[in-house]
Design a protein. Structure first.
Length: 77
C-alpha cells in the first residue's frame, strides 16, 4: 500500500524505506529505554535514547539534504 502511494505521489521509494526504518529504530530505542528504566538502570536508558537519536539523525541526512535542495529551488533568485 505504501509503495503504491509513493509511486502515485512520484516519491522515490528509497526515501519511503528510509522513513520506515527510522520509525522502526525509534520504536526499538523507546522500547529498550523503557525496559532499562523499569530495571532501574536510568543511566543506561539515557545512553540508549541518545544512541537511537544519533542513528536516526544519521539516517535522515539524505532526506534532509533533498528537502533543503527542494526549498532552495522554490526560492526565486
Amino acid at each position: 500500500m505504501l509503495e503504491k502511494l509513493a509511486v502515485n505521489a512520484k516519491v522515490n521509494l528509497v526515501y519511503v524505506e528510509t522513513i520506515l526504518k527510522i520509525i522502526g529504530i525509534a520504536y526499538i530505542a523507546e522500547f529498550a529505554t523503557q525496559i532499562t528504566k523499569d530495571a532501574g538502570q536510568g543511566a543506561l536508558a539515557s545512553k540508549i535514547e541518545l544512541a537511537g537519536k544519533i542513528i536516526i539523525l544519521a539516517m535522515a541526512i539524505p532526506i534532509l539534504t533533498v528537502l533543503i535542495e527542494t526549498i532552495i529551488k522554490l526560492i526565486p533568485s
